[in-house]
Design a protein around this ligand. Structure first.
Ligand SMILES: [Zn+2]
Length: 221
């Protein structure tokens, strides 16, 4: 029972019959108990697991997705001072990346300019960034992309861009080891959430629950 509980990281020995898998043996490796003490962390962990459930393919091993999940759940369980919205955003952009939607954040995706300052936009569906000059043409609609989908642009600050680069390109075990000015976390969060959900074209009930919890607080009435 312990091995099968929500948030448990366990090893199973499975036996397969024609139709079903049966658990022959199991051993719990980690159960991230700290998540259960805080309703916001519990809600966020539920969202994270729902995303992973959506991204993971049955009977296909995915080491990067597994390590990302374990690192995220560990931080949720053990790091009491971590900002939950920052953790959520970093997970979202990295989850999109390990699933094949890695954005190119090194330079403007149109003109190649590397020094990106204010006025930079994340071009969500093309997985690239646009410098302030290029974004004037694209975001205003003067120039159109011809890929056949509606473009989505999110304006991002230089520190949000740096945070995104860190969350996407650093080794997974350190993907949360960055900070960002507090007043820019919402911009970071909006960009990363938009990026993940637009690429996988899916919404999650657990995300709605988490958002409402953060917005209105917890009430047991
Ligand atoms: Zn440019």
């Amino acid at each position: 029972m312990t091995a099968c509980q929500l948030f448990s990281y366990s090893e199973f020995i499975l036996k397969k019959t024609k139709k079903y898998f049966y658990i022959a043996e199991s051993e719990t490796i980690e159960c991230f108990f700290g998540i259960r003490y805080d309703i916001e962390r519990l809600a966020l962990a539920t969202y994270i697991c729902e995303v992973v459930d959506f991204l993971a393919l049955e009977e296909v091993a995915d080491d990067d997705l597994l390590r990302l999940t374990l690192n995220t759940l560990y931080a949720l369980s053990e790091k009491k001072d971590i900002d939950l919205d920052l953790l959520k955003a970093a997970f979202e952009i990295r989850a999109a990346s390990v699933s094949g939607f890695t954005p190119d954040l090194h330079a403007c995706g149109v003109c190649g300019k590397e020094e990106l300052r204010h006025g930079t936009f994340l071009d969500v569906m093309n997985g690239r960034v646009l410098c302030s000059d290029c974004s004037k043409e694209y975001v205003s609609g003067l120039r159109e992309t011809d890929e056949g989908f509606s473009p989505i642009y999110v304006k991002i600050t230089p520190s949000v861009l740096e945070a995104m680069k860190y969350a996407v390109y650093s080794p997974i075990r350190r993907f949360l080891s960055f900070s960002i000015p507090e007043d820019e976390i919402s911009n970071f969060g909006a960009a990363c959430e938009k990026y993940l959900l637009s690429h996988i074209e899916h919404n999650f009930k657990s995300l709605e629950y988490y958002r409402n919890l953060i917005r209105y607080g917890y009430t047991d009435e």
